[in-house]
Design a protein. Structure first.
Length: 592
């Protein structure tokens, strides 16, 4: 027979059943493999099926989430056991149809402790704690599962007083009871309470240890999580390994994450994705590509999450296209999040046409898809297309986000669409949003580029104090320089001084722009004053930086850089070839 990729015990069981000479519906239903089970089940008359086959099919429908099919089968059953009633009650509860579950529960001719527990759990899962507690208090008998259901319900919803009270009243506890209480504390960030309870626990199993390690890691207690991980018995669950790899990767400790990953006895998709995502956050492209190639040679297939992590490191259209092709061969392109990532990365690589093709191929678009396409159009100077996309997005009923408005306002800025920009800015409130600093900066840029400097200044003056930012003032200062508005520039400079002055790695840029404005207006004394202020504030001038991509690697060069490994060869090339050629050209006018 042809080779199969069997990813679970159920898959293996079904493969065995398919090759049996005498297949039966009971066996297929037991693995929740419904199509062949139904094909064998439907032709048989009800009198010939028997309660056992009916019960197995009922259970199969419920496990597959086909509650209405299960109800039709149940209604036609000649003999309905307590287990069959309970199975359908549980199915309704899992589907969130608690009222229907309760109506069926009330109609039961007889109930077991499992029936009562199933109904109580249905209430608990739906957040209906009062209904769960009332049912719990009415129960003629309870077992450890029933008590655990109620403890977990209270703990999961943050009702720790009630959870602890019930936990202390439990006649007997098992490791799952303890784990339910501990995981509730951990989810609420009550780490100390969780640790104390865990240390009281008499019999710990792999679930208890894994719960503790995972919860500590998710609460950012990486060192403590590692201590508990090291204390675990030798048969560590893969979930515990994954929790630690994820914790180290999230904390930026990639060397520790890699060491732990390498020592794992077995790896699954979560393991690979955790490490690849960690490297993606650090933009360590070589490690990501190496891991991805290793993953392809392993028994674990990449998924959407893997490809998105790999995709964000691509810095050329060719690389994005290779990932796109891989996703196509694996049948993963129907995923909206992957399509959005492809669209964005094509745009960043300068390939607007491929970004547009990725957009068109997405059958299921969301607000992020439309916003990403608008950003792509805006970044490539296609303002009219960005505005068309915005209009279509609204017609399709998608609600724009703050990022959407930033994208479309940016398009208006690049195209000089003043009236359109004003109108779009004014419409932000209509969608339940407050204009952000980015929105204000875009509008100031739109007005400033068009020469409406005084109007732009009024926009800044009307901004709420908590949205004031150097960025909008820098944008306004740039407009003053563009239109030689010397007096306005002085006002902006004073505003920057009142806001504790410019800050950040590019703070020297503020001084240079202001000095240039004064210089172009012949205000030499004021220009000298700016340079004096810059010197007095001990602002360091940011060195110029250039970058180039060679053989898929990005090389960065700072002014007077001596740190590149090929520094000697580069300077030799400059001295022997490039500089003499440049000297033949007219020397550019020196600027500040």
């Amino acid at each position: 027979p042809a080779r199969r990729d069997l990813h679970s015990a159920d898959d293996q069981a079904r493969a065995v059943l398919d090759e049996r000479p005498h297949r039966d519906a009971v066996a297929y239903a037991a693995t929740a493999h419904l199509p062949p089970a139904e094909a064998l089940f439907r032709p048989a008359p009800a009198s010939a099926r028997g309660p056992h086959l009916d019960a197995m099919m009922l259970d199969g429908y419920v496990k597959a989430g086909h509650v209405d099919r299960a109800r039709r089968l149940f209604d036609g059953m000649a003999v309905k056991s307590v287990a069959a009633w309970t199975c359908l009650v549980s199915g309704y509860c899992r589907a969130g149809r608690v009222d229907e579950a309760r109506a069926l529960f009330d109609a039961m001719p007889a109930r077991s402790v499992v029936s009562w527990t199933a109904m109580a759990q249905g209430y608990a899962r739906s957040g209906m704690l009062r209904g769960a507690r009332e049912l719990f208090d009415q129960m003629p008998e309870r077992n450890v599962v029933t008590w655990t259901v109620m403890v977990k319900a209270y703990a999961d919803h943050g009702h720790f007083q009630e959870a602890v009270e019930l936990f202390d009243r439990m006649p007997q506890r098992n490791p799952y009871s303890w784990s339910a209480m501990i995981s509730g504390f951990l989810r609420a960030g009550k780490v100390d309470e969780a640790v104390r309870l865990f240390e009281r626990m008499p019999d710990r199993n792999v679930v208890s240890w894994t719960t503790m390690v995972t919860g500590l890691a998710q609460n950012g207690r990486v060192s403590m999580a590692r201590e508990f991980f090291n204390r675990m018995p030798r048969n560590k669950d893969i979930a515990a390994w994954n929790a630690m790899v994820t914790a180290y990767a999230s904390d930026g400790q990639m060397n520790e994450a890699q060491r732990l990953f390498d020592s794992m006895p077995a790896k699954n998709l979560v393991s690979w994705n955790a490490l690849i995502h960690g490297y993606a956050k650090d933009e360590r492209k070589d490690e990501i590509i190496g891991l991805f190639l290793l993953m392809l040679r392993s028994a674990v297939s990449p998924d959407i999450t893997t490809l998105i992590s790999v995709l964000v490191t691509a810095n050329s259209t060719i690389e994005v296209g290779q990932i796109h092709g891989f996703a196509t061969t694996r049948g993963l392109l129907s995923d909206t999040s992957l399509g959005n990532a492809l669209l964005t990365m094509y745009s960043r690589s300068g390939d607007l046409r491929s970004a547009w093709q990725a957009f068109k191929m997405l059958q299921e678009k969301d607000a992020i898809t439309w916003t990403s396409m608008m950003q792509a159009f805006a970044n490539h100077g296609c303002a009219s297309y960005a505005l068309q996309a915005f209009a279509q997005m609204l017609r399709h009923g998608y609600k724009p986000s703050s990022t959407t408005f930033t994208a479309v306002l940016s398009a208006c800025s690049h195209a000089g669409l003043v009236d359109k920009g004003r109108a779009i800015f004014a419409s932000v409130h209509r969608y339940g949003l407050e204009p952000t600093i980015e929105h204000h900066t875009c509008l100031v840029d739109i007005l400033g580029r068009a020469g409406h400097v005084r109007e732009a200044m009024k926009i800044v003056a009307a901004m709420p104090l908590d949205t004031h930012d150097d960025a909008v003032l820098r944008t306004l200062l740039g407009a003053c320089m563009m239109h030689n508005e010397v007096d306005a520039a002085r006002e902006v400079g004073e505003a920057l001084a009142k806001s504790d002055g410019p800050s950040g790695s590019d703070s020297d840029g503020y001084y240079k722009v202001l000095a240039n404005v004064f210089g172009s207006g012949g205000r030499w004394e004021e220009m000298a004053g700016v340079w004096k202020a810059m010197k007095g504030s001990k602002v360091r001038r940011t060195p110029g930086v250039s970058q180039i991509v060679v053989d898929a690697r990005t090389h960065m060069f700072f002014s007077r850089d001596q740190g590149h490994p090929q520094c000697a060869e580069i300077y030799e090339m400059l001295d022997d070839a490039l500089v003499p050629q440049m000297m033949k050209k007219d020397r550019p006018t020196e600027t500040v």
